[in-house]
Write a protein that binds this ligand. Structure first.
Ligand SMILES: N[C@@H](CCC(=O)N[C@@H](CS)C(=O)NCC(=O)O)C(=O)O
Length: 205
């Protein structure tokens, strides 16, 4: 079995590279632009990240949460997720769906609509800054209530959920969204993981 990660530094591909580094599994990182011919051949949306798995036959998987769950399932002995059908897995899925449907959308919408953003045509841009910050702060309240005094989303056990909550939080921090102290402490703790530093170096080439 071999893995190729398609993406670019500073994008969501870091979620996948980070998981692979945590798993200690070999992979090739391919630096590529979204909407390029190479990516469109793998993902009709033209978006990255894409993971190509070669297990005698090559298959492409798109969407970061699906990719990370797949990797954690295949390498289950590393404990980055939990068995399908367990209540622990239901909590992991719940956190991931929360991260993707509530925490990320305001930050991503802000990035698309901020002044001079290259992500959407200028004529489609509207000022969403107040709304996105309001929605993000509601999601962060939920996040902190669920996190409580735990070190990680799943208690004292690091999991793929922490990768999503942290990577989205760092985007928000970069965009100067208001980050409560408890979230900052959590972000700093998870962002300091050596596996992330290795993944970032690999993506930078
Ligand atoms: N739901 C997807 C979103 C992927 C996505 O939007 N990726 C961005 C880069 S971080 C992209 O490729 N954008 C190009 C575009 O929208 O055309 C995931 O989580 O992987």
């Amino acid at each position: 079995m071999s893995y190729k990660v398609y993406g670019f530094s500073g994008s969501r591909s870091i979620r996948v590279s980070w998981v692979l580094e945590e798993l200690g599994v070999e992979y090739e990182f391919i630096d590529v632009r979204p909407q390029s011919k190479e990516i469109l051949a793998l993902n009709p949306a033209g978006k990255i990240p894409v993971l190509v798995v070669d297990n005698n036959v090559e298959q492409a998987i798109s969407d970061s949460a699906a990719i990370c769950l797949y990797l954690a399932d295949v390498h289950k002995e590393k404990g980055l997720s939990a068995p399908c059908g367990s209540l622990e897995r239901a909590q992991i899925d719940s956190w991931l769906f929360f991260a993707q449907s509530e925490l990320e959308p305001p930050v991503w919408a802000y990035r698309k609509h901020k002044k001079n953003s290259p992500l959407i045509p200028k004529k489609l841009q509207v000022d969403l800054s107040e709304w996105t910050k309001f929605e993000f702060s509601k999601a962060v309240k939920t996040l902190l209530a669920r996190l409580g005094d735990n070190h990680y989303a799943m208690g004292d056990k690091f999991s793929i959920v922490d990768i999503f909550l942290t990577q989205i939080g760092q985007w928000a921090r970069y965009e100067r969204f208001e980050i409560p102290t408890d979230y900052k402490i959590y972000l700093d703790r998870v962002w300091a993981r050596p596996a992330l530093a290795r993944a970032r170096n690999k993506e930078k080439g």
